[in-house]
Design a protein around this ligand. Sequence first.
Ligand code: PGA
Length: 261
Amino acid sequence: MRRKLVIGNWKMHGSLEANHALISGLAKALERLSEADKTQVVICPVSVHLAAAAQQLNGLPGQIGLGAQNVSHAASGAYTGEVAASMLAEAGVTLVLVGHSERRELFGEGDALVADKVAAVLDAGMTPVLCVGESLAQRQTGETESVVLRQLNAAVQRVGVEGIARSIVAYEPIWAIGTGETATPEQAQEVHEALRKRLAELDEDLAANTPILYGGSVKASNADALFAQPDIDGGLVGGASLDAEEFSAICASSARSGASA
Ligand code: PGA
């Protein structure tokens, strides 16, 4: 059975003070949910705020996990400005976003580097969230499937079935990120199904057990319809994760969905 999961990607937002308030608000909002509405929840603040967030989360009764937004491909060495996976793990991180489209587009990360980062996260005993997604131009020219499968295949080649079995995949159409424009549930399902089919070609159990999250303008108002799709196992949420009530409503949607059936 696949686990249901909602990840909040805070991007380059927040401050120590604002994060503290957001985490408290989120913990309270999640506590108010009924048992049936509980799902796995992870937040990803910027790296310099991770230790403070970890400390606060440790003192809370709820089970909000801690994730990072990026990681170095290297284990250690002369890489000015980078943060190694082992250092993130030491800060209390258990999950790391890898290959987010903003990293690919704005910072020139290609498939090979992203695949190395997936390997680095696995080597440090954490869960990589491999982000894949097409641009609007690629969608319009019918390349969606080939782009996301190429991105997935690069990671498969690097870490094998065994590595992907310890990973999460997130489909994030670039044209839907931060734009308010969401993929329709049918558009998202189509791509999720293609990704799962590729996993099934490698290994049936891998396909059955790997969570595939959807990201791109997920909100409380569209989460139910997206998460009801058979191959969507939860969400990777940007903007809406910065509001405790909105984000907890999305988490409740994830729990209610039949996504892991
Ligand atoms: P968004 O971002 O929810 O603000 O569209 C999603 C993401 O980039 O992970």
